[in-house]
Design a protein around this ligand. Structure first.
Ligand code: TZP
Ligand code: MG
Length: 222
């Protein structure tokens, strides 16, 4: 059910995104297995370089794996691929298909996430029927090819107070700055390089979850 899935995005959770080129020689499947076995419940399949056929095969495998772990699968960019493999959702950027087109094609039960970089885009995505927004890059990030300049923490604070759909903070988020993100309203946190480029993914996720638990339980006295 969609509302149960959206609860994952509303609450304190790690939202892990693939990036095979940054994964220290490991493939997307190996990396996602590590994420899932560490307790991650939200996986986004993001792959810019492979052929559609390769992406299809990978996304199918990831669908199987995420179901085994009761995790949700969101496919980046490709509405068709998301639908074909039976993903839970799709994530679209400012230069991808409009939200209403995605909704028309995928239906009400599908989760549609939209990348936003400022207040106007955040409000517009909400108005157009996105189920959540990705907001960022909060800090400087080198993961995307043509990165948007960092937007900072103030806008995250604003969005978490003013946008009614879940706000997923993204961009340059690391173990070292995670507390700042939580202290500025962040709950669901998307990360790419901090996790996929870690030599010990399980240990990295364990440490990130430990920090998150403190905020989840509202017992942050540090
Ligand atoms: N969208 C905004 S920033 C970003 C995406 C996909 C990349 C975030 O990667 P990282 O490595 O967590 O900074
Ligand atoms: Mg895109």
């Amino acid at each position: 059910m969609k509302s149960k899935k959206l609860d994952l995005l509303k609450n304190y959770n790690l939202y892990c995104i693939t990036a095979e080129n940054l994964s220290l020689g490991r493939n997307n499947i190996e990396v996602v297995k590590e994420m899932l076995s560490s307790g991650v419940k939200i996986i986004q399949y993001r792959e810019k370089k492979k052929t559609l056929k390769e992406k299809y095969k990978e996304a199918l495998l990831l669908r199987e794996l995420t179901l085994q772990y009761s995790a949700i699968l969101i496919v980046n960019d490709h509405l068709d691929l998301a639908k074909i493999v039976g993903a839970d959702g799709v994530h679209i950027g400012q230069d991808d298909y409009p939200i209403e087109v995605a909704r028309e094609l995928l239906g009400e039960e599908f989760i549609i996430g939209a990348t936003t970089h400022n207040k106007e885009q955040a409000k517009k995505a909400e108005k157009e029927g996105a189920d959540y927004i990705g907001l960022g890059p909060i800090f400087e990030s080198f993961t995307k090819e043509n990165p948007h300049p960092p937007i900072g923490l103030e806008i995250l604070k604003w969005a978490t107070a003013n946008i009614k759909i879940p706000v997923v903070a993204i961009g340059g988020i690391k173990e070292s700055n995670l507390k700042q993100v939580f202290e500025n309203g962040g709950k669901c946190i998307a990360m790419v390089s901090e996790i996929v480029s870690s030599s010990d993914i399980k240990e990295k996720i364990k440490n990130l979850m430990k920090i998150m638990e403190v905020y989840k339980n509202g017992t942050n006295n540090s």
